[in-house]
Ligand binder design. Structure first.
Ligand code: FAD
Length: 404
């Protein structure tokens, strides 16, 4: 494996870094304060920043080159360091139209959407004019096993009728969120992995009711939010179905590959920034007559953090490289590995940085508390750690024990 970045990637890294220095870091704190004070509203500067990023060619960089004309032409390996730079500020990726859950949803529409579905939803999403949400998880069932999903999608003439309750629908609170990809069952009597289907539901369809935003460790994550949603006799045209009845599970598997790797790339940026912040902090404070950076335990924590970040980064690059060469299916073990390793590494490194900052570390005056919440949430979202370990353990036994 050769992880030397291409000239194209290096050029874009320099551009994204410069953009962050000029336009994002100076307003990082202001953004956080503003969205906290003005829930479910869009930060006034956001449109101007998106227009600037688009004008500089820093737009939709996430969509891999296999998508032809829709893609800006990067491989996953070329995109990884760009997502890492964006991940250094918790909200920055949306400025480049590279934020979750829209990236995963755009990839679903690019891969599986009909021309009509793409025109209605993919085009405005790729232009950054609307946002979207992905509705799979349900409060009543253990949703880490997607076969448990109970929402019903029933065909009636030219329409489907949808009934169910969802929660943790990230992005659904956003006033710009206009379309949901809903997973439910079209045939609960079919074989276990073909009972599920996915269907496009415009947010303003009668019967769609936002019950409440859920908080993550007390944070609203405004303006995106994570909604609990009731779907009560929601009727949409039959043409809103993605692919075919029974294809839901297959689409879900394909969607979560890119989603997982993008989160991991961004989390590495968060961990790297936490390392930089911890170093700066301990180099300028004194306790018990010594600069804090001179205590052995502090140096060990800094050294361990640096090792762990680099290990996670290389594993993520290996996964990106494997996706480029063998697709999501061929890279599934490495994707599981990074999904287990990176959020845990981020929590550990950020926690050390918080400790070294003392009281400041848990306050709103640094990005650390937000980074920790992000890392901790991703240990659950897109499949909890244990589910990935369960599957990776099973695959490993299969691969290493002949005739198993
Ligand atoms: C911040 C955030 C954002 C999210 N965004 C979205 C979104 O946009 N759309 C969406 O549909 N969902 C989203 N989710 C939901 C997330 O994907 C689910 O919470 C997750 O899949 C787990 O499902 P569950 O909550 O029903 O937990 P359960 O399935 O009830 O699992 C609970 C626990 O059981 C244990 N467990 C489960 N299986 C195993 C196993 N095989 N071995 C050992 N232990 C096991 C694990 O400890 C697991 O955490 C989000 C969640 C969070 C926290």
């Amino acid at each position: 494996m050769n992880f030397e970045y291409t000239e194209k990637s290096k050029d874009l890294q320099a551009k994204v870094e410069r953009f962050m220095q000029e336009h994002i870091y100076p307003i990082e704190q202001d953004y956080s304060e503003w969205v906290e004070a003005n829930p479910w509203q869009i930060y006034p500067e956001m449109e101007r920043l998106k227009t600037l990023a688009k004008a500089e060619g820093l737009w939709n960089l996430f969509l891999p080159e296999d998508y032809g004309a829709l893609s800006p032409g990067l491989t996953n390996l070329e995109y990884a360091p760009l997502a890492e730079i964006m991940g250094r500020v918790i909200w920055a990726s949306q400025v480049f139209n590279c934020s979750a859950p829209d990236t995963g949803n755009m990839e679903v529409l690019a891969k599986y959407g009909t021309p009509e579905q793409q025109k209605a939803w993919l085009t405005p999403l790729m232009e950054g004019k609307i946002r979207s949400a992905f509705l799979m998880t349900e409060p009543e069932v253990a949703s880490s096993d997607a076969t448990n999903i109970e929402t019903s999608i029933v065909r009636e003439g030219d329409e489907y009728v949808i009934n169910g309750r969802k929660w943790w629908s990230s992005g659904a609170m956003n006033p710009e969120s206009k379309v949901f990809i809903v997973m439910g069952k079209t045939d609960p009597t079919a074989q276990r992995h073909v009972q599920q289907s996915m269907i496009l539901v415009p947010k303003d369809t009668p019967g769609v009711k936002i019950i409440r935003p859920l908080r993550v460790y007390g944070a609203m994550d405004s303006p995106e939010g994570h909604a609990e949603i009731e779907l009560n006799n929601v009727r949409v045209p039959a043409s809103n179905l993605l692919v075919a009845e029974g294809a839901g599970f297959q689409i879900a598997q394909g969607r979560l590959g890119p989603g997982r790797i993008h989160h991991c790339m961004r989390l590495i940026g968060a961990a790297q920034r936490a390392l930089e912040l911890m170093c700066k902090r301990v180099a300028k404070r004194t306790a018990f007559g010594r600069e804090i950076s001179k205590f052995s335990s502090i140096r060990q924590d800094i050294a361990k953090s640096r090792c762990e970040i680099e290990q996670a980064r290389l594993l993520t690059l290996a996964a990106a490289d494997k996706i480029d060469r063998f697709g999501i299916k061929g890279a599934k073990d490495l994707i599981a590995m990074i999904k287990i390793v990176v959020p845990n590494m981020t929590c550990t490194v950020v926690d050390r940085a918080i400790q070294m900052h003392g009281g400041l570390g848990v306050s709103q005056d640094t990005p650390l508390a937000g980074f920790w919440i992000y890392g901790r949430s991703i240990r659950i979202a897109d499949g909890p750690d244990e589910v990935h370990m369960y599957q990776l353990g099973r695959n490993t036994v299969k691969q290493l024990v002949t005739n198993h």
